[in-house]
Every structure is written in C-alpha cells, then in structure tokens.
Design a binder for this molecule. Structure first.
Ligand code: XUL
Ligand code: CO
Length: 435
C-alpha cells in the first residue's frame, strides 16, 4: 500500500521549475568542492516529528490528517514504518533517526516494550536492507514517561536510574542490529527544577557514571557508534545540565569522556541558549567535537522550541560554512528535527516541508562553498589579526614574550592605532554570496 499516493519521487529540476514535488536546489549527485552534495549534507528524517505527532498544542486538539492508524498499536507501528520508508525513498534521504518510543508501543511493562522493539526493528532492518537507507542515530526517550519526573541518569531514584540504563542498553543493541553510525543523548529531564533540593554535583557524577557504563557496554558488544550529547538550555526542565556546547564540553572534559563523546547541535536549542547556530557549531569545532546537526529553526519572537523546518538561508549558509571548515560532518549528518506547523495538516505537507529544508541546506552549501573558494572569511580574519603576524604580535604567539618584556614595549608606545571592523560592509558583501 502507498500512503503518499499523490507524491512522486522527488527529483532535482532546478530553480525555475513550477513542480512543487521537485528539488529546486538540492541536486544529490552534483559535485561541490570535490564531493557530491549528498555526501556533504547526509540528510536524515526524524521518525518522531514525521510519524507520531498529531498537531495538537496546549490549547487545541490535533489537526494532522494521517492515514496509517491500524487495528492495534503494533499494527499502527508497522504501518508507520511502511509510510516512513515511503517518504525516505521519495525524498531520496539516505538516513533516519528515532527514539525507542517512536517506533514501538510501550505496552504494559518494560519487558513488553523491549519485545515490541525487537519485532519492529526486525521489520525496519528488512526495509533498510531492501532500500539501502541507513540509521544516522537512535536514542532512548527518557523524558516522556512519568517515571522520569525527576530525571533519568540524574534522577534521585535508583530504580529509575536502572530503568534508564536498561533502555539505553536496549538502544545500543538496536544500534548494533541496525548498524547505527551515532547514538544520541538528549537530557530533557537531566537538570533541576530548583536548586533548594538538588545536589548538582552528585547528579553530574551519576550522569558521568552512566556514560562510562555506556562506553563499556558498547565495547563489550563490539559496536561503537559515535556517542553524541545534544545540548539544550531548558524545556522541558527549567535548567538543563547540557545547557549549550560550551557547558557540555566542560562536562565531557571534566569526566574525561572526550574520546567517546561529541556534540549533536540543534539550531533551535542554540537560540534558546541565547546563541546563534553557527556559534554553537564553532564552539564544538574548537574542541574538535562537532558530531552531527539537528537542522530546524526557532522563532525569535517566541521563547520555546518551535522546531520549524529550516528555511533561513542565512543561517544555513553559516552553518554549512562551519561544516566545510570542519572537513565535513560524517559520521554525523543533517537531521530534520522539525515538525510541520499545526496549520500544515495535509499529508503532503510532510514531503513539502522536507523539500523546503533540503533545498535550504543545499543553498547554504552552495553559498558557503563559494565563500570558501573565494577565501571570503579567511581574508577578513587575516586582515583583522594582522598585528599578530609580524613584529611584537608574532613574538607573542611564538611565546617569546613575558609581562616584563611587554611592559617595556608598551612604555615605548606613544598611542595605539585600532582598525575599524567594517562589519556593515562585511554583511553587505556576504549578502552577495547567498544563492
Ligand atoms: C528535543 C530534541 C530531541 C532530541 C532527541 O528538543 O531535540 O528530539 O533531538 O531526543
Ligand atoms: Co534535537
């Protein structure tokens, strides 16, 4: 059965096409800076937003029209897998991502949940073998169930901690079975509501202990995906421990996890932390810890995680510039952690929204590649820091100066001459690169 009857396979037709079911910018095989666009972008579709949501919000019921409801929860779960792979194939997306609870009903016990996961992942594996579509990452949802009210790996309840451990063990078994390239930890409930009853240090020690168990188990089953921590400052918890890239790196370094953990950065989470997406990617790169990207966008007028499909080519360009500077994103990818608006309730909106996101990132890649070819930022940066490439500046970066020698030099100066940053001019020149 076809779930998206009216949707054909999406192909690249160029920007003048009036076919809404076509890529206008994403041309998977086109070579950019020596490799096909698809290898730069490594697009993934998120199971949760695409298959399990209904468009409800705190003030209103669901609006989405969907046609995969079955006669039982397991029936629906299988139908969803069919519909999901139909979308993946039609979009020519190479990767997908999921939480355990997205794909399989939780049933009445943990045991039943795990059995359901086994059945559904067997089915997913068949689809993967048939289509060649790959698993970018999976993760355990340890934030929806009421038992996680006080956290999962940072809970005050040792039984809950144990259930979290069991869920992640299962997640790693599934990752091995489906050959997952990464495995994500997003700690929606790992944080605190109030410091008055919280031992933050105790909770963080426990979180690190949990991650060490993860590393050990992965080694023991001989499957080592790249582990990724996904920072977010708040929502649902008031304060989340993996606040932003810099905070997550401080944690990773304090507990010496840097050989096994990198970061999965999400655009909307960056905004909530008061940063740009490119800032977060840049920070990760500085630590050699850029793992993967959750591509979406927030609304600057709202203070919550709207998870919109990315259509802002400015942000996509700066994000892709960072990816190019990183020498690529693999084994990570660009995952659309994004949902269609409540008002985009037709089935075809799921496909149209992904086309919009893929075209936006393709434009970002093209613009960023042009800037890289022209050494646009390199020249700006070289010019800005020119005082460190000769004379006293060069001496400083070669560690040949100290406070006494610099004082002697400073006292010999009459006045300093600073250069303007010309930032308005730079922004205007950058606009010319946007395709
Ligand atoms: C929540 C979020 C998650 C993670 C995976 O804001 O981004 O969907 O990406 O748990
Ligand atoms: Co995310």
């Amino acid at each position: 059965m076809n779930y998206f009857e009216s949707v054909p396979k999406i192909k690249y037709e160029g920007k003048d096409t009036d076919n809404k079911y076509a890529f206008r910018h994403y041309n998977p095989e086109e070579i950019i800076l020596g490799k096909p666009m698809k290898d730069h972008l490594r697009f993934a579709v998120a199971f949760w937003h695409t298959m399990t949501e209904d468009g409800s919000d705190p003030f209103g019921d669901g609006t989405y029209q969907r046609n995969w409801e079955g006669n039982s929860p397991m029936d629906t779960a299988k139908n969803r897998v069919d519909a999901f792979f139909e979308i993946l194939e039609k979009l020519d997306a190479e990767y997908f991502c999921f939480h355990d609870v997205d794909i399989a009903p939780q049933g009445d016990s943990l045991k039943e949940f795990f059995e359901n996961i086994d059945v559904i992942t067997d089915y997913i594996k068949e689809k993967m073998d048939k289509t060649g579509i790959k698993l970018l990452w999976n993760t355990a949802n340890m934030f929806t169930h009421p038992r996680f009210v006080n956290g999962a790996a940072t809970t005050n309840n040792a039984d809950v901690y144990s259930i979290a451990a069991a869920q992640v063990k299962k997640g790693l078994d599934v990752s091995k079975k489906l050959n997952g390239e990464n495995y994500v930890f997003w700690g929606g409930r790992e944080g605190y509501e109030n410091l008055l009853n919280t031992d933050m240090n105790f909770e963080l020690d426990n979180l690190a202990r949990f991650y060490r168990m993860v590393i050990d188990y992965a080694k023991s089953i001989d499957h080592q995906p790249q582990f990724l921590i996904e920072p977010k400052p708040k929502e649902p918890t008031k304060h989340q421990y993996d606040y932003d890239a810099a905070t997550a790196m401080a944690f990773i370094q304090k507990y010496e996890l840097e050989n096994d953990f990198k970061l999965n950065l999400e655009a909307n989470h960056a905004i909530l932390a008061g940063h740009t997406f490119e800032h977060e990617i840049n920070v990760a790169r500085n630590y050699d810890s850029l793992g993967s990207l959750d591509a979406n966008q927030g609304d600057l007028l709202l203070g919550w995680d709207t998870d919109e499909f990315p259509t802002d080519i400015y942000t996509a360009t700066l994000a892709m510039y960072e990816v190019l500077e990183n020498d690529g994103i693999a084994p990570g990818g660009i995952n659309f952690d994004a949902k269609v608006r409540r008002t985009s309730f037709e089935m075809e909106d799921l496909v149209l929204a992904h086309i919009a996101g893929m075209d936006t990132y393709a434009r970002g890649l093209r613009s960023a590649a042009k800037m890289k070819n022209d050494k646009f930022f390199e020249q700006i940066i070289e010019d800005r820091y020119a005082s460190f490439s000769a004379g006293i500046g060069k001496q400083i970066i070669e560690n040949k100066e100290d406070l006494e020698s610099l004082t002697k030099y400073a006292l010999s100066l009459n006045e300093v001459e600073n250069k303007s940053g010309h930032i308005e001019h730079i922004k205007s020149l950058m606009n010319d690169y946007l395709v």
